[in-house]
Design a protein around this ligand. Structure first.
Ligand code: SF4
Ligand code: SF4
Length: 355
């Protein structure tokens, strides 16, 4: 393997693998759907070759996503092999296709697998608006099945103006049904979600969401389930807490906060994380479809691009580079690409800039 590229790959601890583009649902805000027009599906044999390549690196964890991962041929075998190589596997699934055969593997390997199930509201008529009719009932069945077999799972939700009012009760729902925790993300206007700009959160909505996240974490902590965390992928929640509650980082750096929120720079693209398409093509980020190489052929890696994206992640871009919260946040560079089609702006969602 090309020495320099091998060094780069060896430092990567986390890969997100879009293992298939196939999906049984048609969620109206699916952002990965645009990738299926740019990259190819491949057969099972080549996916096994990819697994072999991964086994030679230092990957500690792989996040499998789609499409719907359970529609990937021989998915169980792929997961089994990754675990055999000592790689922890997180599976992001819509939760409608988990079958008995997989439940058995999950039960056996539950220490090595994290199941993350999409659910946007505790009510059928809200959840199914975007995910499709009947989805809520199927997900509920799966959650009960996992609970019955004592298989840990988490819930992931996309928050928009449509379900913001239900986030509080969704957290309670997740808590009561035995989820390990919940991860709240916002809608990224990519792929099909491009048509849903009017339900994207604005500043007031973000503030409301952050207050709910803070409140629920405090509530669960006092309820005695310190392990149940309400997390978010929105990087500027810590700057929000610091500003709103007028605190220094040292004051909020408690164990609970450290475990719940990211207190280091958020973006790790090409530093500790990369993203992989079904055919092994490597992207710096799921939202920046600029291939930097292919895991199956290390000669195809483009050093210049790796250096560039690493620098974008390290130093941040636009206003985020000069923001006093850069070291603990830095925003999400991909948002600049999505909103402006270039990487010169800071995170356009954030209003918290301070020098
Ligand atoms: S301006 Fe950028 S670095 Fe500053 S808080 Fe907002 S997202 Fe974070
Ligand atoms: S650019 Fe944004 S979405 Fe992409 S890896 Fe960085 S923080 Fe994550």
């Amino acid at each position: 393997m090309h020495e320099k590229i091998y060094d780069f790959l060896k430092n990567i601890k986390y890969i997100t693998w879009v293992v298939t583009f196939r999906c049984n649902l048609n969620c109206s805000y699916c952002s990965n759907v645009y990738l299926s027009k740019l990259f190819k599906e491949i057969n099972y044999g080549i996916k096994l070759e990819i697994v072999e390549k991964l086994s030679n690196l230092n990957i500690k964890e792989i996040g499998i996503t789609g499409g719907e991962p359970f529609l990937c041929n021989q998915f169980t075998e792929i997961v089994k092999r990754l675990i055999d190589y000592g790689i922890r596997v997180g599976i992001n699934t819509n939760g409608t296709l988990i079958k008995e055969q997989f439940v058995n593997l999950l039960a056996k390997e539950k220490d090595y697998i994290d199941i993350i199930i999409s659910l946007d509201a505790p009510l059928e008529y809200i959840n199914d608006v975007f995910r499709g009719r009947g989805t809520f009932k199927k997900v509920l069945r799966t959650l009960k099945l996992l609970k019955k077999h004592e298989i840990p799972f988490s819930i992931a939700s996309v928050v928009t103006k449509t379900n913001l009012n239900y986030v509080d009760s969704l957290c309670d729902f997740a808590y009561n049904i035995g989820s390990k925790g919940i991860v709240l993300t916002d809608l990224i206007p990519v792929g099909r979600a491009k048509n849903l700009k009017d339900i994207i959160l604005n500043k007031k909505d973000y503030e409301r969401l952050f207050e709910i996240i803070i409140k629920k974490n405090i509530q669960y902590m006092f309820n005695g389930r310190n392990d149940f965390k309400v997390k978010t992928t929105i990087p500027f929640i810590v700057p929000y807490i610091l500003k709103k509650y007028n605190k220094q980082l040292e004051q909020i750096n408690t164990t609970r906060i450290k475990e719940t929120f990211n207190l280091e720079k958020y973006c790790g693209m090409c530093i500790s994380k990369i993203y992989m398409m079904p055919d092994g093509t490597i992207l710096p980020c799921l939202y920046i479809p600029d291939p930097i190489g292919n895991i199956l052929n290390t000669k195809l890696f483009i050093k210049k691009k790796i250096i560039y994206y690493r620098q974008v992640a390290r130093e941040s871009i636009g206003k985020c580079r000069f923001c006093k919260f850069q070291k603990i946040c830095g925003g999400c560079p991909a948002m600049s690409y999505i909103y402006y089609m270039d990487l010169n702006h800071g995170d356009p969602r954030c209003w918290l800039f301070e020098r």
